[in-house]
Write a protein of this length. Structure first.
Length: 365
């Protein structure tokens, strides 16, 4: 859906008997424009019949990875090539799944399209996704397939020191499979893509659903290269500095470089650019407003899920029509909340707690 379609659908949900004239007056647009948007909403199956009855609750879709996370936490300074005393935790993970659960915890109805093996890990993922409000029913279930597994070792500061990922199952996600999800994708408020899925699937989604607003999670410098030639199809992107360098073909060393890189992305067609700067926060630019958002210092317990929480907060902000400044603050707040807990997904993630953490985030022009 477009931003205007989202606004109209929200008005109709509150009062299904609103006239086109009343909607036009509320939004400050012409009645003929409202008629066009309503016609599009009816074609997409989101409203139907007299009184503009809404067909289903609006939702967002995430297309990406889901896996079991196995994490090792050393008690003391990590010693390479040695056995380090510590703790090991097994939990649900995967960039796409992490984003989806964070979105669900923020009150967003979300569907996750991924690939899962019919094994013990796959069953646990299905059960826990259902329990956490993530609809996994549209995913690919493969008999004999091994559910993706991600093994990471963290250092004493909570940052990743080393990781091994077994994600071969995502190669089984084909364009034919994605075509079967046409109705689900078309009716989404937005679609988040993580680059764990095959490049041909990403390209098919972006070039087929040109009216959809796509959000990008680059995942890593290596996987970010998959979308370098497609970057202009995305509505919102959040690369880190190194990923932004790769995607823009320019070094980023200072504020002027950040502006130049973000302007390049805007010229390609991106609407909202957020460049993550680690402990220095995030730089944002949408062509009209740009600046930095930075949170107060916080003790890092587990940095693994910070970026995923940021993307989830951006999706929440988009659905709620927040400004880019507010969106950036919300993204930083979500990251702070995420990394302050040992689990990849902080069980305390919520709209209420997110707004509390936003009080410690400042915008700097």
């Amino acid at each position: 859906m477009t931003q205007r379609e989202t606004e109209i659908l929200k008005l109709i949900e509150k009062d299904p008997l609103l006239s086109q004239k009343e909607i036009a007056e509320i939004l400050g647009i012409t009645r003929s424009s409202v008629a066009v948007h309503i016609s599009n909403l009816m074609k997409k199956g989101l409203i139907a019949g007299k009184g503009y009855i809404t067909n289903s609750k609006p939702y967002a879709t995430v297309v990406g990875g889901v896996n079991m996370d196995i994490q090792g936490f050393p008690y003391d300074k990590l010693i390479p090539e040695d056995s380090n005393p510590g703790t090991v935790k097994i939990s649900l993970g995967g960039v796409g799944r992490n984003i989806a659960e964070n979105m669900s915890r923020l009150g967003v109805s979300v569907k996750l399209i991924s690939a899962v093996g019919q094994d013990i890990y796959g069953k646990r993922i299905m059960d826990e996704c259902k329990m956490n409000g993530v609809d996994l029913t549209e995913s690919l279930y493969l008999e004999g397939g091994a559910t993706s597994t991600y093994l990471s070792i963290l250092n004493e500061s909570g940052d990743m020191a080393l990781a091994i990922s077994h994600m071969d199952i995502f190669d089984r996600m084909s364009t034919e499979f994605i075509k079967s999800k046409n109705r689900i994708i078309q009716k989404s408020q937005l679609v988040v893509i993580d680059t764990n899925i095959p490049q041909e699937v990403i390209e098919f989604l972006l070039t087929t659903y040109k009216n959809m607003d796509f959000f990008l999670d680059t995942v890593s410098t290596t996987k970010a290269r998959k979308v370098k030639h497609l970057i202009g199809y995305f509505h919102t992107i959040k690369p880190n500095r190194l990923e932004a360098e790769i995607l823009s073909d320019r070094e980023i060393n200072d504020r002027e470089d950040l502006i130049a890189a973000s302007e390049y992305f805007l010229e390609q067609g991106v609407k909202n650019v957020y460049i993550s700067l680690g402990k220095d926060g995030v730089f944002y630019n949408n062509g009209s407003n740009r600046g930095f958002a930075q949170g107060a210092p916080i003790k890092v317990i587990n940095a693994t899920g910070g970026g995923d929480a940021f993307i989830a907060a951006l999706a929440y902000a988009y659905i709620n029509n927040l400004s880019i400044e507010e969106s950036a603050r919300m993204g930083i707040a979500a990251s702070m909340l995420a990394i302050s807990h040992e689990n990849t997904i902080n069980p305390n993630m919520s709209e209420e707690n997110l707004k509390l953490y936003m009080e410690d985030v400042k915008n700097v022009k």
